[in-house]
Design a binder for this molecule. Structure first.
Ligand code: FES
Length: 158
């Protein structure tokens, strides 16, 4: 093992690209997931002369953004769209994260509101089971079918 001038372990060259195994180990993401992210356009690699994938080091920060966004339910397509607005080969910085997460916050709040309404409606259905088009807010939320006229609306006329 090489030693640096202070006698400690030598640092690895931080300018060197990473292999897929190194990215997987350092990010905690399976190689198959990395390939999936790449297929979806979330991360990028290139092939070296030996036809092996190589990644710029900024990929680790991009993966951290992807995993964090996924935890709050942001769809991969939206994450890919947000990451595509960043310059290539630059790690997302705190300003980038603030901008992306602010946009996702509104969507998250909307989903929480929708799920809260669904939960409340489900609470009134527990133990009922009628699934009535007239009375059940889960079956016919907001009585939207009444706007289509009276009578059965979900039955195909043929
Ligand atoms: S199942 Fe009866 S009100 Fe929803």
């Amino acid at each position: 093992m090489k030693k640096n001038r202070q006698g400690g372990k030598a640092c690895k060259d931080v300018t060197q690209p990473l292999t897929v195994g190194q990215v997987a180990k350092r990010s905690g993401v399976a190689v198959s997931a990395l390939h999936f992210y790449e297929q979806k356009g979330l991360i990028k690699s290139w092939r070296n002369q030996g036809n092996q994938r190589r990644y710029h080091r900024d990929v680790l920060r991009r993966i951290a953004v992807i995993k964090s966004a996924q935890q709050v339910g942001v769809p991969l397509a939206e994450i890919a769209n947000a990451l595509s607005s960043l310059p290539d080969n630059r790690a997302p910085n705190s300003g980038d994260w603030a901008r992306m997460s602010q946009a996702w916050l509104q969507d998250l709040n909307h989903r929480i509101e929708t799920l809260t309404k669904l939960r409340d409606n489900l609470s009134s259905c527990i133990g009922c089971g009628c699934l009535s088009l007239q009375n059940c807010r889960l079956r016919n939320p907001g009585d939207s079918l009444s706007e289509q006229g009276s009578g059965a609306r979900l039955i195909d006329p043929d």
